[in-house]
Design a protein around this ligand. Structure first.
Ligand code: AMP
Ligand code: GLY
Length: 414
């Protein structure tokens, strides 16, 4: 099978390694890819915001299967165009990707599906915004309705800041604050059947102890030894299955990866958000743990053939730590040399914001690398990840030192 991956971040690097390991894959391409992905796939330039260039590349390479990584082309409808040209495609249609593309749409579907989420108001005018802020009270949760590359959400006790963010959005969702540990659970769906992966936890804030601004994600780990043993079944029953059924009933089946961001509150499981694609950096801990051949699995989803499949997982734990460029998440510094990439057993380095120039490997984005460590428990996996990331030299870069720390300590205590 000739497989084309669209995207060029850490998530796509992890997907590339997973796909490559499946013996059905004979050729692996990635566009635009990055220097890390180039070690396992042949990379091709493409503008991910231009659907025609993606379809043209799939035709030129004459691939059998396309896996779309990022949300932008999905929300722009690339999966519809690829399917119309006869390509098996892993990724939802434009209509189904609206679960990520519009927070208001996601709320409507959840409401119709009976899925629990934070109470919310969608507003466009200042009077509505102020009324919503005062009705819900602090901490204020203010979300840009549309795609915002992980930066559209402000959670704050400061009413002025909440109001300012809301006013800067064209359409804004103001919602109830959900108090509870967050987890990410991914469902792989063929439109009818949905298979849950194992849960992961992401660290969204830039600094240790969840200080600082929201980011795209600074690290992740899996499994979650502290979570209730039936957490996956609960979320499957309360969230994934009803959402997939509702999307099918609307005539817009969701084929691809449904990412549920959840809060485990005292009142039960609540949805924080949906994404229409694999999460980053959760993918960098889930794919290394997945034993089920990835290309076969995703192809079965794309061709409506998932029924009866169960996933196999390694017993190992995985922890990934993101190396961010100085200035991230505001304006990251780019163009600086990266050296000291570790070559250590049980450590994998995924490239995200890197490129090759005359100086060699240099930084080219906010999240530069993610370093995943594997081990028999979270402590061992953390040790590997941190041993790996501390060898890397990139001027001005930083990483969180507490990824999976509390979970590892709690696991040891058990
Ligand atoms: P989102 O992009 O919707 O995932 O939001 C980014 C982050 O903001 C989430 O991972 C949470 O940490 C936080 N957040 C979003 N919505 C809520 C909420 N209703 N209550 C508490 N925290 C939230
Ligand atoms: N890790 C959060 C995201 O992928 O959106």
């Amino acid at each position: 099978m000739k497989v084309l991956i669209i995207g060029g971040g850490g998530r796509e690097h992890a997907l590339a390694l997973g796909l490559k390991a499946d013996p059905v894959v004979t050729e692996l391409y990635c566009a635009p890819g990055n220097p890390g992905i180039a070690e396992v796939a042949s990379i091709h330039p493409v503008d991910v915001s231009n659907n025609d260039s993606i379809v043209a590349l799939a035709k030129e390479l004459d691939v059998d299967f396309v896996v779309v990584g990022p949300e932008l082309p999905l929300v722009n409808g690339v999966a519809d165009l690829l399917r119309a040209e006869g390509f098996a495609t892993f990724g939802p249609s434009k209509a189904a990707a609206q679960l990520e593309g519009s927070k208001t749409f996601a709320k409507e579907v959840m409401n119709d599906a009976g899925v629990q989420t934070a109470r919310s108001f969608t507003c466009t005018k200042r009077v509505e915004i102020e009324k919503a802020l005062d009705a819900l009270g602090a901490p204020y949760v203010v979300k840009d309705d549309g795609l915002a590359a992980g930066k559209g959400v402000v959670v704050t006790h400061d009413r002025e800041q909440a109001l300012a963010h809301a006013m800067a959005c064209k359409k804004v969702v103001i919602e109830e604050y959900l108090d509870g540990p967050e987890i990410s659970l991914f469902g792989i769906s063929d439109g009818k059947t949905v298979i849950a992966m194992q849960p992961a936890q992401d660290f969204k804030r830039a600094g240790d102890n969840d200080a600082g601004p929201n980011t795209g994600g600074m690290g992740a780990y899996s499994p979650l030894p502290w979570a209730p043993t039936d957490i996956v079944e609960q979320i499957q029953r309360q969230v994934l299955s009803p959402m997939i059924a509702e999307m099918a009933a609307r005539g817009t089946p969701f084929v691809g990866l449904l990412y549920a961001g959840l809060s485990l509150t005292n009142h039960g499981i609540r949805v924080i958000e949906f994404n229409a694609r694999f999460g980053d950096p959760e993918t960098q801990v889930l794919i290394p743990r997945l034993e089920t051949p990835l290309a076969t699995l995703l192809y079965k989803a794309a061709t409506r053939d998932l029924e009866g499949i169960t996933l196999k997982w390694r017993e190992d734990s995985a922890v990934t730590v993101v190396l961010a460029a100085g200035g991230y998440p505001d304006v990251p510094t780019t163009g600086d040399p990266i050296t000291g990439l570790p070559h250590i057993h049980s450590v994998e380095v995924y490239h995200a914001g890197t490129q090759l120039d005359a100086k060699g490997l240099v930084s080219s984005g906010g999240r530069v690398l993610s370093v995943t460590g594997m081990g028999s428990d979270l402590t061992e996996a953390r040790n590997c990840a941190y041993r790996g990331i501390s060898q890397i030299k990139l001027k001005g870069s930083y990483f969180r030192s507490d990824i999976a720390l509390n979970a590892a300590v709690a696991e040891k205590g058990n």
